[in-house]
Design a protein. Structure first.
Ligand code: GLN
Length: 496
C-alpha cells in the first residue's frame, strides 16, 4: 500500500515541507535586510559600514552557509543521521537569529556564525531526507521535490513580506527576531510531525567505528573552539580580519573543494561500476547547476540595480518598491509548481521520462533566454528613458520556469543517483554548486554598470549565448548520461 498522505506524496513530506518552509522564511527574511542593515547609518540603527565591506560580508555569509553543507552532510552520514542533523541544525539557526535580534556589533557577527553553522547542518540533510521517502522505483520523486521546492518559496515569500514590513515600520531587531520566531515554528512542527518520517534518516547510514567517532567529535570540537577563539580575538580587537580578502578565499575554496571532493569520491569511495556511472551523470547536473545559478543569481545584483535605476516603477502616484521585483520569483514559483509537479507525474505515466540531464539543459536554456529579454530591455534603457516594469516581469517569469525545470529536479537527481551511504555528503556537494554559481554571478554582475547603459546589451547577449551554448552541450552529453542514470535502482551485484 503506497503512502500518499500529503497531496499524493508520502506523509513524511509534510514534516519536511513545513520545516524547510519556516527555515527558508527565516533565512531569506534575514538575508533580505542584511546589506541594508550593515550599510544603514548609526543614527538609523545600522552598522554604518561602507558598501564594499558590507557586500563582502554578505558574499562571505551566503558562501559560507552553503559551504558548511558539506561537513553538515558528512556528519549526518557518518555520525548522527539526517533527522538529528536537521533538528540540531534548526536549533542553532534559531539561536543565531535570537542573537541577531540583540542590538550590538558582537552579537551581529556571532548571530551570523550560528546561522551559518546551523544551516550547514540542516539544509543538505533535510533535502536528502525528502529523497529517502521514496523507494528506488517510485516515480513520484521529481514531483515530490517540486512540491518541497514550493514550500521553500512560500517560506521565502513570507520572509520577505514579514521582515520587510517590520524593518520599515518597527525596527531592524524586530525583523531579526521575526526570523527566530519563524525557525521556532519550524522546529515545533518538526517535532510534532516527526513520527511521519518513520525510520527515514533516524540513524547514520554508514556509521564510523567507535574510534573514528571519538576522533571526529574531537576534530569538530577543536574546530568550534578555534572558531570561538578567532571570534573573541576579533571582537575584542586583538585580531583584525579583512572580510573582502576572506570572501574571495572562501569562493575559491568552494570551487576547489567541489572538484577535489568529487574526484576523491571516484578514487576512494569504493564505488561499483554502476555507482561510478551514476555519479558521472550527476556531475553533469552539477555543472549545469553552477551555470544556472551564475545567471539566475543576478536577481539580487544586476537585475536589482536595473529595477532600481532603469525601470519606470511609478504606477499613477504609487512607486513600486525595488524589492518587490525579487518577490516575483517566489510568486511565480508558487503559482507554477503544481503545474510542473503534475507535468512530471503525467510524463512518467505516459512513459516519456525526460532524463535529469535533459531537464537541466532545458532549465539552463530557458533561464538564458530570459537574458535575451534583458538584451532588448537594456537596449530600450540605453535610449535614456526608463523602461516598463513588464520587461523584468518577463525575465523573472522565464527565470522561474527555468528554475523549476532544473533546481528541484537536480535535488531529486542527487537523491536518486548518489549512493545511499553518501546521501548527506552528496547533497552537501550539490549545495556547493549554489556557492560557486553565486560567486560567478557576482563576478559577472561586477561588469554590468547601470551608469553605463551602452555596454549592457552586449553583456546580456554574451550571457545569453553562453547559457544557451552550455545548455546545448549539456543536452548532447545528456544523451549519453541518460543510460547511466537508468542504472539507478538496478541490482548492483558487485556492491562492496
Ligand atoms: N531557492 C533555493 C533554496 O533556497 C535555491 C537556493 C540557491 O541559492 N541556489 O533552496
Amino acid at each position: 500500500q503506497q503512502d500518499n498522505g500529503f497531496f499524493g506524496q508520502p506523509a513524511g513530506l509534510q514534516t519536511l515541507f513545513f520545516t524547510e518552509m519556516w527555515e527558508r522564511m527565516s533565512y531569506y527574511g534575514m538575508r533580505a535586510l542584511l546589506v541594508l542593515f550593515m550599510t544603514a547609518a548609526l543614527q538609523d540603527g545600522g552598522l554604518a559600514m561602507n558598501v564594499a565591506t558590507a557586500t563582502a560580508i554578505y558574499g562571505l555569509y551566503t558562501g559560507a552557509v552553503y559551504f558548511m553543507g558539506l561537513p553538515g552532510g558528512w556528519i549526518a552520514d557518518r555520525l548522527i543521521g539526517g533527522q538529528r542533523a536537521t533538528w540540531y541544525g534548526g536549533i542553532v539557526i534559531m539561536c543565531g537569529h535570537i542573537v541577531l535580534a540583540i542590538p550590538s556589533d558582537t552579537s551581529f557577527f556571532l548571530g551570523l556564525i550560528l546561522v551559518v553553522l546551523g544551516t550547514g547542518m540542516l539544509k543538505p540533510n533535510i533535502s536528502a531526507l525528502v529523497g529517502q521517502l521514496y523507494d528506488d522505483g517510485d516515480d513520484r520523486r521529481d514531483a515530490g521535490y517540486t512540491l518541497y521546492y514550493m514550500g521553500i518559496n512560500i517560506g521565502s515569500l513570507i520572509g520577505y513580506l514579514v521582515t520587510g514590513y517590520l524593518m520599515e515600520n518597527v525596527g531592524w531587531h524586530w525583523a531579526f527576531g521575526a526570523a527566530a520566531v519563524g525557525m521556532f515554528f519550524g522546529l515545533v512542527q518538526y517535532r510534532m510531525t516527526l513520527p511521519k518520517l518513520g525510520s527515514v534518516g533516524q540513524d547514520a547510514p554508514k556509521p564510523l567505528s567507535d574510534n573514528g567517532r571519538r576522533l571526529s567529535w574531537m576534530i569538530i570540537t577543536a574546530f568550534l573552539v578555534g572558531l570561538g577563539v578567532v571570534f573573541v580575538a576579533t571582537s575584542t580587537g586583538a585580531m583584525t580580519i579583512d572580510p573582502v580578502a576572506i570572501a574571495q578565499y572562501v569562493a575559491a575554496a568552494a570551487t576547489i573543494v567541489f572538484f577535489v571532493y568529487y574526484l576523491s569520491i571516484f578514487l576512494f569511495g569504493k564505488l561499483t561500476k554502476n555507482e561510478a556511472k551514476r555519479l558521472g551523470a550527476l556531475f553533469l547536473v552539477c555543472i549545469a547547476s553552477i551555470c544556472f545559478w551564475a545567471g539566475f543569481e543576478q536577481a539580487g545584483s544586476s537585475l536589482n540595480l536595473f529595477a532600481r535605476d532603469l525601470t519606470d516603477r511609478m504606477v499613477g502616484t504609487f512607486e513600486i518598491p525595488t524589492t518587490w521585483f525579487q518577490m516575483l520569483n517566489s510568486g511565480f514559483l508558487i503559482a507554477l509548481s503544481p503545474f510542473f509537479a503534475a507535468l512530471w507525474v503525467n510524463l512518467t505515466k505516459k512513459m516519456i521520462n525526460p532524463s535529469y540531464g535533459f531537464k537541466s539543459a532545458l532549465g539552463l536554456i530557458i533561464m538564458a533566454s530570459g537574458f535575451i529579454v534583458m538584451f532588448f530591455a537594456s537596449q530600450a534603457a540605453a535610449s535614456g528613458m526608463k523602461v516598463s516594469p513588464n520587461w523584468l516581469v518577463a525575465v523573472y517569469f522565464l527565470h522561474t520556469v527555468g528554475e523549476l525545470c532544473l533546481s528541484p529536479v537536480a535535488l531529486s537527481a542527487v537523491s536518486k543517483l548518489a549512493p545511499k551511504r553518501m546521501a548527506g555528503q552528496m547533497m552537501g556537494i550539490f549545495v556547493l554548486t549554489y556557492s560557486i554559481g553565486s560567486l560567478l554571478a557576482g563576478l559577472i554582475a561586477g561588469n554590468l554598470d547601470p551608469e553605463n547603459t551602452s555596454t549592457m546589451p552586449d553583456m546580456y547577449m554574451q550571457i545569453t549565448l553562453f547559457g544557451i551554448g552550455v545548455g546545448v552541450v549539456v543536452f548532447f552529453i545528456a544523451l549519453k548520461t541518460r543510460k547511466w542514470e537508468a542504472l539507478a535502482g538496478q541490482p548492483d551485484p558487485e556492491h562492496v
